[in-house]
Design a protein around this ligand. Structure first.
Ligand code: THU
Length: 139
C-alpha cells in the first residue's frame, strides 16, 4: 500500500530529528518515494565552511540514488516553521534530474498543528519552469 502524502510528511518529520545544524539551528527533513515505491529520507547536514552544507532534499535523493533508485515520484519537505518549507534553487535542479514527469513535491509545515491548509503541493513545472535539462546537451 502506497503511503499517503501525510504519511510521507510524517517520515520527513522523523528524518528531521537527525539534522546536523549547529550553525543555523534550522532542521529540515525530507522523504522521497521512488517510482518503484521505495522510501528514502534525509536531513540537512551543515559544515563549518557553510558552503559544504547539504540540504535535506539532496541528502534524501543521494541516499536513493546510491541505493540504486533513479526516478522519484514524490518528495515531502518539512522544517519547523508553521509555513511550509520550500526547496532551495539547487535542490530544485537536483529534484528535476531524477523526477518522473508527474513528480509531486509536498511542502508541509513543521507540525500538523499548523493545519492541512498550510500544505502546498507543487509539480515539477511549479518548482522549476523553463529548466535546463539533459535534452539541451543533445542539440
Ligand atoms: N535547507 C534545507 O535543508 N532545505 C531547504 O530546502 C532549505 C534550506 C537547510 C540548509 C541549511 O542547513 C539550513 O536549512 C538553513 O539554510
Amino acid at each position: 500500500m502506497a503511503l499517503t502524502n501525510q504519511e510521507l510528511v510524517a517520515k520527513a518529520r522523523v528524518a528531521r530529528e537527525k539534522a546536523y545544524v549547529p550553525y543555523s539551528n534550522f532542521p529540515v527533513g525530507a522523504a522521497i518515494e521512488t517510482e518503484d515505491g521505495q522510501i528514502f529520507t534525509g536531513c540537512n547536514i551543515e559544515n563549518a565552511t557553510y558552503g559544504a552544507t547539504v540540504c535535506a532534499e539532496r541528502v534524501a535523493i543521494q541516499n536513493a540514488i546510491a541505493n540504486g533508485a533513479r526516478k522519484i515520484k514524490r518528495i515531502a519537505v518539512v522544517c519547523t516553521n508553521t509555513k511550509p518549507c520550500m526547496p532551495c534553487g539547487i535542490c530544485r535542479q537536483v529534484i528535476a534530474e531524477f523526477a518522473t514527469d508527474d513528480l509531486s513535491c509536498i511542502c508541509a509545515p513543521g507540525s500538523d498543528l499548523a493545519g492541512s491548509d498550510q500544505v502546498r503541493q507543487l509539480s515539477l513545472n511549479d518548482l522549476l519552469p523553463n529548466r535546463f535539462d539533459a535534452d539541451a546537451l543533445d542539440q
